[in-house]
Write a protein that binds this ligand. Structure first.
Ligand code: DO4
Ligand code: MG
Length: 274
């Protein structure tokens, strides 16, 4: 089942049919520990509508977006390379092995974009990449009830200069995108699910790659558990789970590039760089 936040209201997709929900409060809807059952029950009293997929908004209203780091070997390697001169490389090797994951604050809802909206690169950075990440929707009680696609836009020169600059490399206006929907399966997402990215420049493919979630070193539930250890999220939270794909070091995003991130079963998050 899928849940879309749209300019018409909340649309539920089930068995390739669309239903306009009577629910008006997104926060309440996504903060349900038994969301799959709630949606299954709601569509019983609704009639299918025809919807062409237009008017999709970022699936977030009052949630914070947090992110996990160095959860895949490729991220560990890339961070170690970019931070070699600063002496920060060891920290990335250590956090990859450590029991405690790296978790950082990524974005408020207001700074986050939906599919079809523009993301940004910082003006004071010359080396930028998108990071395609499976993103967890977690309820206030800490239960993972849904999944979406996240783009953790990152300034590699800033985080490479000094690991303490990480918040500036990661958090700025339009540095995060999530969407297009929240995927709400009956059971947990399959770890064989593929995450793919393609970056287009002038319509030509500049970079593409894909990776399965099962290449992640950590368990999804452990990441959620650490985030909720000493913090409460009354309206739930989103948690990006880290990237397993980083372009080679000679690649940087440019204004006008289009970033398409696809996760099997969820859809495609598409954002042009402003
Ligand atoms: O530690 C730096 C950030 C790591 C990150 O964002 C990732 O691995 O996805
Ligand atoms: Mg990331």
């Amino acid at each position: 089942m899928k849940l879309y936040r749209t300019n018409q209201g909340i649309i539920i997709e089930a068995s390739e049919k669309f239903y306009l929900s009577n629910a008006t409060n997104w926060d309440t809807y996504i903060n349900q520990d038994n969301l799959f059952e709630v949606l299954s029950s709601d569509i019983q009293s609704l009639s299918p509508i025809s919807w062409n997929g237009e008017g999709v908004l970022a699936p977030i209203v009052n949630q914070e977006i947090w992110a996990s780091g160095v959860t895949y070997m490729r991220s560990r390697e890339a961070r170690m390379e970019e931070s070699q001169d600063s002496g920060g490389a060891d920290f990335y090797a250590k956090v990859y092995e450590a029991e405690r994951p790296e978790l950082f604050f990524k974005s408020t809802a207001a700074r986050c974009m939906g599919t079809g909206e523009k993301v940004r690169i910082r003006k004071d950075s010359a080396w930028n990449v998108p990071e395609p990440e499976l993103t967890l929707m977690i309820t206030s009680s800490g239960k993972i009830v849904g999944y979406t696609i996240g783009n953790d836009m990152s300034s590699r020169d800033i985080e490479g200069e000094n690991p303490l600059y990480l918040p500036q490399a990661k958090s700025y206006d339009k540095a995060a995108a999530i969407g297009p929907c929240v995927y709400v399966p009956k059971d947990e997402i399959s770890l064989d699910t593929q995450i793919s990215i393609e970056i287009l420049r002038g319509g030509n493919s500049m970079f593409s790659n894909s990776i399965a979630i099962n290449r992640m070193k950590r368990k999804l539930a452990d990441l959620a558990h650490y985030l909720f250890r000493e913090m409460s999220f009354p309206n739930g939270a989103f948690l990006m789970t880290g990237t397993g794909i980083v372009p080679d070091n000679d690649f940087t995003l440019l204004s006008g590039d289009v970033v398409n991130i696809t996760i099997e079963g969820i859809g495609t998050l598409s954002n042009e760089v402003e």
